[in-house]
Design a protein around this ligand. Structure first.
Ligand SMILES: Cc1cc2nc3c(=O)[nH]c(=O)nc-3n(C[C@H](O)[C@H](O)[C@H](O)COP(=O)(O)OP(=O)(O)OC[C@H]3O[C@@H](n4cnc5c(N)ncnc54)[C@H](O)[C@@H]3O)c2cc1C
Length: 551
């Protein structure tokens, strides 16, 4: 991991938090918890204007009573999979090889086994900035990062090379694709002269493009410490086979439940309950949405922020206020285990943070400020989450009591925290503003709304530079972020393969050559060939000549 700590969070009792980001080939996908989820339709529709296994062993224990109780609880649906667009109780797959249980991540999926002369991976190397000729990105300036980079022979072995900076410029013939993640991509852009002009001037960096959105709009999922109860399971709990209605669970290798719980958790898919605000708070969701919509967009953004950022946030506010009324726009997600313990994540926070250069040392790690709970409605929503779980565990309509005796009492937050203000005070002391899903700091939005990249993910105002990582998400999806970032990356690969010019042709050729455009012709030939291949496959399938694997 990089060694980064957030600035004190003023709305969380000035606590600081680690900003965990993988510093390794494969990035954070090499160190993440492997939960593999998509958001629902609304998440991705907002952006425009598997290894799926059903395994009853979660946390090394069969969560039957809690599963059964949730099935019958008002507002909880049982979709086959969250990815179909319906929230509720479903299995979250993990990004792992289904047989070996090895981590499946961007290195194993996209790098290992590559054997190409034109692919070079430089480890222990840091990109400091993009180098421009006028407004065209020409190359990247790199420097060695760690002592390992200087491991030579003899005397200097293992020591940092202090002679010279070791800096080099690598030049690009076509274009540069920046993928340093939502914390470092804005830092590299700012070091390159692309960012808010006022900040760049303070850092004495010549301005290439004044783009106020670089480093603004930081979002993450916040983590609420568990609502938990002491409990005794009733012996009369009926043993039940866990099946999901309407589905036949695919064959699945048994999870080795002799593993310690943490490993059993990491190695197996987990049950996950995801809910929209109407599910969490049937009595308050409308008033919370209305009070959010009535806020002035600039009210809780950083002071003196550029008007384009405020204009972009106003758009997000409109979309989120509509999302607050939608049972399939996630505001809460929690793993469901065998015990009455729920630590939901806030999936669509309303506050926005920042990533900015450290002005006293621009090459050091950037300053990360989640600004969590700067919008006070965030804590209202999380408090509603706590109340939901209290109701589910012990409320008058609890469906759990037939299986579990919870009269031993709530151990956390505990009896002392009943009022809304009391709960919010507890949250300020205990809530964690990040589950390491930073997003949004070089957003794909209109430039007049504080956007940094266009629909083709090219940086506004320059040529030959694009961004492909979670920083382009205009709004964070209501799901762990890796699956969406893979989708973005793979889509961009297609765009690059078809050449930048052809990106336009996917939605209709905009070149002035019309039918004569070579990219269009290529695309048509490819589509024709694909249709032919499809026909051929149909024949093979009909005649039984195709083996199962090709199917
Ligand atoms: C502890 C943890 C748990 C997580 N759990 C989950 C989970 O269960 N499910 C899920 O879906 N997501 C999870 N995530 C999030 C997910 O892994 C990330 O959203 C995703 O990997 C982000 O991809 P990215 O390409 O945007 O950035 P990253 O994966 O962060 O990749 C950026 C890469 O750029 C490199 N880099 C940065 N700066 C420079 C520079 N200046 N020069 C050269 N290289 C640089 C980094 O070393 C890194 O390799 C987790 C993340 C963490 C850290």
């Amino acid at each position: 991991m990089y060694n980064i700590t957030s600035v004190p969070q003023v709305n969380l009792n000035n606590r600081t938090f680690p900003v965990d980001v993988g510093c390794i080939v494969g990035g954070s996908s090499a160190v993440n918890a492997q939960g593999f989820q998509r958001g629902t339709k609304r998440d991705y529709n907002n952006w425009s204007a598997p290894l799926v296994e059903h395994n009853p062993h979660s946390f090394g224990l069969v969560p039957v009573p809690i599963y059964q109780a949730l099935r019958g609880y008002p507002g909880v649906e049982i979709p086959i999979d969250h990815s179909v667009g319906t929230l509720g109780l479903a299995w979250t797959p993990r990004s792992m090889e289904p047989i070996s249980f090895n981590r499946s991540y961007s290195r194993s999926g996209h790098y290992d086994g590559l054997n190409r002369d034109n692919y070079h991976l430089l480890t222990a190397t840091r990109v400091e900035k993009v180098v421009f000729k006028g407004k065209t990105a020409e190359g990247v300036e790199i420097s060695p990062r760690w002592a390992e980079a200087h491991e030579g022979k003899g005397k200097g072995k293992g020591k940092i090379n202090r002679k010279g900076s070791g800096k080099r410029v690598i030049r690009a013939r076509k274009e540069i694709v920046l993928s340093a993640g939502a914390i470092h991509t804005p830092q590299i852009l700012q070091l390159s002269g692309i960012g808010p002009a006022s900040l760049l001037k303070q850092a004495k960096i010549p301005v290439i493009v004044d783009l106020p959105g670089v480093g603004a709009n930081l979002q993450d999922h916040a983590y609420q410490p568990a609502v938990q109860f002491n409990c005794m399971f009733r012996l009369s709990s009926p043993p039940m086979k866990l099946t999901i209605p309407g589905t036949t669970p695919p064959p699945y290798p048994e999870v080795n439940t002799t593993l310690p719980p943490i490993e059993a958790f990491l190695f197996g898919p987990g049950l996950n309950l995801m809910l929209g605000l109407p599910g969490i708070s049937p009595t308050r969701y409308q008033s919370l949405a209305a009070s959010y919509l009535s806020q002035s967009p600039s009210e809780f953004l950083p002071k003196h922020i550029h008007p384009t950022i405020i204009a972009g946030y106003a758009q997000q506010q409109r979309l989120y206020a509509a999302g607050m009324l939608d049972k399939n726009f996630a505001f809460s997600a929690t793993g469901v285990g065998a015990l009455p313990v729920a630590a939901p994540q806030l999936m669509h926070g309303l506050s926005r943070g920042t990533v900015t250069l450290n002005l006293s040392s621009p090459l050091s790690e950037p300053i990360v400020d989640y600004r969590f709970a700067s919008n006070p409605i965030d804590l209202d929503i999380v408090a509603e989450n706590i109340k939901f779980y209290r109701r589910f565990y012990t409320g008058p309509d609890s469906t759990l009591r037939q299986y579990v005796d919870l009269t031993l009492g709530e151990s956390q937050p505990g009896k002392g925290y009943q009022s809304d203000e009391g709960l919010k005070g507890w949250l300020r002391e205990n809530l964690v503003p990040s589950v390491y899903h930073p997003s949004g700091t070089a957003a794909k939005m209109a430039r007049e709304w504080g956007g940094v990249v266009n629909e083709g993910l090219e940086v506004y105002g320059v040529k030959g530079l694009s961004v492909v990582d979670t920083s382009i998400f205009p709004t964070i999806p209501g799901a762990a972020t890796s699956m969406t970032v893979y989708a973005v990356a793979e889509k961009v690969c297609v765009l690059l393969l078809l050449s930048r010019r052809c990106a336009d042709e996917l939605v209709g050729c905009r070149s002035d050559q019309g039918e004569g455009c070579s990219c269009c012709r290529l695309l048509k030939i490819t589509l024709r060939q694909l249709r032919g291949l499809k026909r051929h496959l149909r024949v093979l399938r009909a005649t039984g000549e195709m083996c199962q694997q090709i199917t």
